[in-house]
Design a binder for this molecule. Sequence first.
Ligand code: BGC
Length: 418
Amino acid sequence: MNWRMWKPILSAFLLAVALSGCSRDKSGEVEVLHWWTSGGEARSVAELKKMLEERGDTWKDFAVAGGGGETAMTVLKSRVVSGNPPTAAQVKGPGIQEWAREGVLANLDDTAKAGDWDNLLPDVVSNVMKYDGHYVAVPVNVHRVNWMWANPEVFAKAGAEVPTTWEAFAVAADKIQKAGFIAIAHGGQPWQDATLFESIALGTGGAEWYRKAFVDLDQDALNSPTMKKSFETLRMVQQYIDKDAANRDWNLATAMVINGKAAMQFMGDWAKGEFTAAGKTPGTDYVCAPAPGTDGAFTFNIDSFIMFEQKDDAAKTAQAHLAEAIMDPKFQEIFNLNKGSIPVRLGMDLSKFDQCAKDSAAQFASASTNKTLVPSWAHEMAMPPANKGAMFDVVTAFMNSPDMTAAAATEKMAAAGK
Ligand code: BGC
């Protein structure tokens, strides 16, 4: 072979070496803090890992167990304080703004611009992802919190109907208990108590009052007969929770509904991820319905990731890859099919999604027109973390102190909102 024949082969070889060097330079490791450890959650996060690795980066898993993410947030604080933040962390709502104010977050504007996020995200979402007009977080999904998950076989055996009001709930729950089943699957943990109370309050006071109380922290709305009524209803509902609920994890409560020990659970649609992981079909094996009194309203909970500022170029590129992967339509579909939520990206084809997801998407749209779309305070979306923590304490103290009156709890809620 002479030089003329070798030349193209040699150039192709050199180009391949150069390219592989390039991609090596560009790939980086991303350490991702999250609290997705249940069956359905783990299946979902595995898809994110896969999408990142397809972009040539390495995923370092930093999972901190604990539903609702309170433990994860404590661990995150200690890592940042010790000067060793992860590359990315699952953080939501006003918590995003708090981290941004510390000046430790990476600016994601370039990735957002390239991906046209401003046009692909509803305003109610992009507003939360921005600090001072700049993107500092990337949204994953939209969870609806005010759901009730029911086992239709248990209802049928008890001769009860899936309730649409809290009065009808009491009738159904009595029948279910008489038939020898547990009426409500619940875990006695502050965030689960708050999740239950949040749905009761929305069903009692409606979206306008809810917004005044839990978003505006309006003292008149907090210290009101509606709040008192909500606590009275919580006391009634509480009777139908079994004695072993203390500290039970939410996914174990979901399992009780899946296997027919309990009739219903009040939980956001990450619970659907557990039904999906167990191979169950909505409509036949289980039923999703709005929590009593909340049809037409929607408490939203958006999972999102913040990225901590990096010095290293490879780490910065990997962060951009992660943000880009999260907004990729392929990821939005597969992740949300497993997670139980709906895609956050507008204009997605929902044909592969089940009826619960389709209902959720329809209600998200109509609630946003009707002003009945409200942020979930039990899931960090509505108020500063300090107020949220104080309200969690009140609800949990009420649940654990049979002698505390609804009036006393109402006063404490108002104090927690200050
Ligand atoms: C998160 C969900 C998660 C759930 C249970 C919620 O606050 O938004 O993604 O599945 O907690 O851990």
